[in-house]
Design a binder for this molecule. Structure first.
Ligand code: FCB
Length: 510
């Protein structure tokens, strides 16, 4: 049941519920759409721009384990994972991949699959065990050793500062419902960037606003295959609309404050930006009208997060839909929230919705996913590889973003280790081939995507799904901690080495 743990379904529904105006946001994509066809002919190798960053991603809570070691404080995910009934199979992340002790081997394994860039997260409760106060030297030291091992191995570190593991002490004081949490996050972010900006040049601030705010403070109910499923993340609250909207506001405030703190403390030239799971509307049929309708939908579906971060205001439709429950904020808050970022990270797994244009407000009509629409192993994971083209393209057209990183993309699969010691994950290779073909279309058209981080480097603790949903390029036997490179890992290594897709993958966007 809890296989279905995510997210965009709720956002798509929310968009439909919004009183979205037809007031159109963006640039001239309607006109340029017809010209913007993939440049590469089927049959040719499909290259990515020179210097394209190929990497893998993980997060601290999902792999580190060692939850009580070296002065680490408890996080809301420790508490949540130990609450009976919350995690599938009764799993917890006390040991997880034991990466805290095995990080050197893991870095070696990254090198074996030719990875040169690694997105990982820093656990706030390792640095400030109770959220604020004195930094914990031993916690810092772990990340210093990790970063050193990466650099020695020729791997560039891309740290993420918040991947959901809020110190429990801050939760006890109100968590994201309190403005003080936004300030505490900025202090922590500034401190960490100050400590590491001599060795890392790119910092991701906050990972997936909707996932930790909405799913953590409201949850969502969905019907999948006729069954009702509740989706929920830590801390597992069910807030009223007014309180939820305020928590969302505090989270984007944390984003803006952290950007300012990083600028104040890090080496000049250090770059930062969020890694968000943009809810993306995909035009069902590629016409100029539908392309524009999809942009309107995407902008409104993200009104509480990326839209306000990048535009410095809540959309009229967002505030109208919230009514008396709208967040309380000042003009100064909006200035902070929209502190300029250097890049946008996009976590892309699936389209939120397909749309066609409509004469009537809000300017688009959602096309529901058909019952037979294919999906990957996770129940939430409908398959729509063209989202990998539209998400970055819309980000550029709506907000003139100059640098985009795909900070996550991948899928769970029913991976098993064969008697010969192999993991033949044909579905993950299919998923990757198709998504990367669409990404290649975007870069060929000049959408400024600078890199791609596969989720995940290795199988890990997949939140409410526990260890059941394996997302890795590397298989992990959680009993022995033995790692085995999957067939998809080999496929990905080849793409990264050649900076191009194999010829047979080309043309998917046409
Ligand atoms: C994203 C999370 C990441 C992982 C993948 C599958 O929402 O950021 O930690 O769980 O989904």
């Amino acid at each position: 049941m809890s296989d279905f743990t995510k997210r965009d379904f709720a956002k798509a529904a929310a968009a439909a519920a919004l009183g979205i105006t037809a007031a159109a946001p963006s640039a001239n994509f309607a006109q340029t759409a017809a010209e913007s066809r993939p440049k590469s002919a089927p049959g040719a190798a499909a290259g990515f721009p020179d210097g394209f960053v190929w990497g893998v991603a993980t997060s601290a809570f999902q792999i580190e384990g060692a939850v009580r070691e070296d002065g680490r404080g408890a996080s809301i995910w420790d508490s949540y994972a130990h609450t009976p009934g919350k995690i599938r199979g009764g799993d917890n992340a006390d040991v997880a991949n034991d990466h805290y002790h095995r990080y050197k081997d893991d870095v070696r394994l990254m090198r074996d699959i030719g990875v040169k860039n690694y997105r990982f997260s820093i656990a706030w409760p390792r640095i400030f065990p109770s959220g604020t106060g004195q930094p914990n030297a031993k916690g810092l030291d772990f990340y210093r050793r990790l970063v050193d091992a990466l650099l020695e191995g020729g791997i560039e570190p891309f740290p993420t500062l918040y991947h959901w593991d809020l110190p429990q002490t801050l939760q006890d004081k109100g968590g994201w419902q309190s403005r003080d949490t936004a300030k505490a996050f900025a202090d922590y972010a500034g401190y960490v960037a100050g400590q590491f900006s001599d060795r890392a040049s790119h910092f991701f601030t906050v990972n997936e606003f909707y996932s930790f705010v909405d799913l953590g403070h409201r949850g969502a109910e969905m019907t999948v295959d006729g069954k009702k499923v509740r989706i929920e993340f830590a801390p597992g609250l069910k807030l009223s609309n007014a309180k939820l909207n305020q928590a969302r506001h505090n989270a984007v405030l944390a984003q803006g404050l952290s950007v300012q703190a990083i600028r104040a403390n890090a080496k000049p030239g250090t770059k930062c930006g969020p890694a968000d799971n943009l809810s993306t509307a995909v035009p069902a049929i590629e016409t100029p009208e539908n392309i524009r309708a999809a942009e309107i939908a995407t902008r409104e579906m993200n009104a509480g997060y990326l839209t306000v971060i990048l535009e410095g205001k809540y959309t009229d439709a967002y505030l109208a839909a919230a009514g008396k429950d709208a967040p309380k904020f000042t003009d100064d808050d909006l200035k902070i929230i929209s502190s300029p970022v250097d890049f946008i990270g996009l976590n892309i797994y699936r389209p939120a919705v397909y749309v066609v244009a409509s004469e009537r407000a809000p300017g688009f009509r959602p096309i529901p996913f058909n019952k037979s629409h294919p999906r990957m192993r996770s129940l939430w994971h409908v398959l729509g590889p063209e989202v990998m083209y539209w998400a970055p393209r819309q980000t550029q057209s709506l907000w003139k973003t100059k640098e985009i990183y795909i900070t996550e993309n991948g899928c769970a699969a029913s991976d098993e280790l064969s008697a010969e010691g192999k993991v033949d994950d044909s579905d993950r290779i299919m998923f990757l081939r198709n998504h990367l073909a669409h990404l290649q279309r975007a870069t060929a058209e000049g959408v400024p995507v600078k890199g791609y981080f596969h989720w995940s480097f290795m199988d890990n603790f997949e939140w409410s799904d526990g260890f059941a949903n394996r997302f890795g390029l590397v298989y992990v036997d959680f009993k022995t901690q033995k790692r085995t490179i999957k067939e998809s890992g080999r496929w990905y290594a080849k793409v990264a080495a050649e900076n191009a897709l194999p010829a047979a993958s080309v043309g998917a966007g046409s």
